[in-house]
Write a protein that binds this ligand. Structure first.
Ligand code: ZN
Length: 172
């Protein structure tokens, strides 16, 4: 399988780390990331490389680490290309980005809140990544630490992000 990881240049560090973490669990799938040299071969025309990968990938994973990413032309272009091929992009929303700011086309897609450990591990499982240790990922999605005890172990309960260790709820 080929998975294309879409992200904005601002989130390059997170995207590279995300790819590294996934590779620790499974290196059979090809992960395409525009910001690392293993994905873009030297001497190739990078734009045509991206077009080819968008046409060939089996899944599009989108990393949203800040509000501005919703306006990023590349991210929207890559999502549009995937939808045009009838793929359902998996959109990982880091931290506490307000979902009400989400615009089309992302608005029409079911987004994955990374604060909810059950939810994102389940999505990665569908891609063949059986995440045994969620902490390195949760630290990457760093805005998600429990404000009360710093735990990464959180879950949405009745619409509220709730810490499974100390019980603190973000809804007060
Ligand atoms: Zn807590």
């Amino acid at each position: 399988m080929k998975y294309f990881i879409s992200h904005e240049a601002f989130a390059k560090k997170e995207a590279v780390k995300f790819k590294e973490l996934l590779l620790e669990y499974n290196n059979e799938h090809k992960l395409y990331l525009t910001s690392d040299w293993n994905s873009l071969s030297c001497g190739n025309i990078w734009m045509s490389d991206i077009f080819i990968e968008l046409q060939e990938c089996d899944e599009l994973l989108v990393l949203i680490t800040r509000q501005d990413a919703f306006d990023n032309l590349w991210i929207n272009f890559e999502i549009g290309a995937a939808i045009g091929r009838k793929l359902k992009p998996k959109i990982f929303i880091f931290g506490e980005i307000d979902f009400s700011y989400i615009k089309y086309p992302i608005k029409g897609i079911h987004c994955i809140a990374t604060g909810d450990t059950n939810r994102w591990t389940e999505e990665l499982q569908k891609l063949d990544y059986d995440i045994k240790d969620h902490i390195p990922f949760s630290l990457l999605f760093k805005q998600n630490l429990c404000p009360n005890c710093g735990s990464t172990n959180q879950q949405y309960l009745e619409g509220c992000l709730t810490c499974k260790d100390c019980g603190a709820s973000r809804c007060g």
